[in-house]
Write a protein that binds this ligand. Structure first.
Ligand code: SAM
Ligand code: SF4
Length: 352
């Protein structure tokens, strides 16, 4: 199982001469993409992500405030970061999400601002998020079958998610990207109808391989119900027809992209297990309680909240120093095949 070749030059969203040059980690990867989790709570309980019982969410005073997210974004831009994404838990549960978007969107040097969401609350929120400066969204939807959605994305309603996606498209949060986590015994055959969506719509439908995080019941399920994207691709091709590979313009894109014949949209495969992309990783993560989480599949973190809440006269410079160190310490490679993964946090506590 080979890793993809390391990128010589990675994606840059646009001109950025007035800000820091893109930082490189100790493996010579350019790290310019910060995924900020704004909350750990969620209004769903997807079977591979969050157990139904026994969860303790962060108290409000431990979550970073909108002003603190803005400070981190200013520091990140000064270090050379360009792309930002808000995630969770479910980010739309934050009552101040629009303010967070507004604050980040107006930071000079922020060249792309996206949101990952389950879309349940998007019908109401999409226009305000667009006005606040959000560029686009990724929506998590595991199936087009309402019964499967209810069973896999526990508490979820297909109709409500669909209305949220349509609202986001109408608001101009495009291109619409759908993420489906393929789970044996739940939605492995629903991938065909999801892929078929791309024939009529210019959406990206991406299939994600399960990863075990957090060591609990969801991690166990994720290991037992793993479906390789090799199998998912074969299933789609034998039902609909061949998928033609689209050459990647952005080597840091974790999705391998394809098109069905005559299709308007894109079918993508995100395959951390069967085709790891650590060599081209360009990400840093910030947890909702203010830690730089250095790699999704590793426990290493650096605290930044203490610096944000200090009385320092130059908090942005302090945070920038911590972020540069986080980039330097960023590990590479994962140990999923040996059964090792992140133990201290689950997916909903990092943001995916
Ligand atoms: N609640 C939002 C959502 O579901 O899109 C944002 C947070 S969620 C943790 C981010 C992404 O992680 C989602 O696309 C979800 O499908 C994915 N995810 C959650 N648990 C996973 C697992 N065990 N393996 C792979 N992907 C997972
Ligand atoms: Fe919530 Fe997203 Fe996790 Fe599902 S994957 S439980 S929607 S955080």
């Amino acid at each position: 199982m080979g890793q993809r070749p390391r990128a010589a030059t990675l994606f840059r969203a646009g001109g950025s001469d007035n800000y820091g040059s893109v930082p490189r980690d100790s493996f010579n990867r350019e790290i310019d993409y910060l995924r900020m989790s704004v909350i750990d709570a969620c209004n769903l309980r997807c079977v591979y992500c969050m157990p139904l019982e026994g969860i303790r969410f962060l108290p409000k005073d431990e979550l970073l405030t909108p002003a603190e997210f803005e400070t981190v974004a200013r520091a990140a831009v000064s270090v050379g970061f360009r792309k930002f994404r808000l995630t969770g838990g479910e980010p739309t549960l934050r009552l101040d999400l629009v303010e967070i978007v507004e604050r980040l969107a107006r930071v000079p040097g922020v060249e792309g601002l996206a949101l990952t969401t389950n879309a349940l609350l998007l019908t109401e929120l999409a226009p305000a998020l667009k006005r606040a400066g959000l560029n686009r969204i990724n929506v998590h939807l595991d199936s087009l079958d309402p019964a499967t959605v209810e069973r896999q994305m526990r508490w979820g309603s297909f109709e409500k998610i669909w209305r949220g996606i349509v609202a986001a498209e109408e608001a101009g949060l495009t291109p619409i990207k759908l993420n489906s986590v393929v789970t044996a015994g739940y939605n492995e055959s629903d991938v065909v109808e999801l892929a078929r969506l791309t024939i009529e719509r210019d959406w990206h439908v991406r299939f994600i391989e399960l990863m075990p995080l957090g060591g609990g019941e969801c991690a166990t399920l994720s290991m037992k119900r793993y479906v390789s994207n090799i199998e998912t691709r074969r299933r789609i091709e034998s039902a609909i027809g061949p998928l033609a590979e689209i050459p990647s313009e952005n080597l840091a894109d974790e999705s391998r992209n394809y098109q069905l014949a005559g299709a308007r949209g894109v079918v993508g495969f995100i395959s951390p297990v069967s085709e790891p992309y650590c060599g081209t990783c360009n990400r840093m993560r910030l947890t909702a309680d203010g830690k730089f989480h250095l790699c999704l599949l590793n426990d290493d973190e650096l605290d930044v909240r203490k610096a944000l809440r200090s009385n320092s006269s130059d908090v942005i410079a302090d945070v920038a120093r911590i972020l540069k160190r986080a980039v330097q310490l960023k590990p590479t490679g994962h140990h999923l095949l040996e059964g090792r993964s992140t133990q201290d946090r689950s997916m909903y506590q990092i943001g995916g």
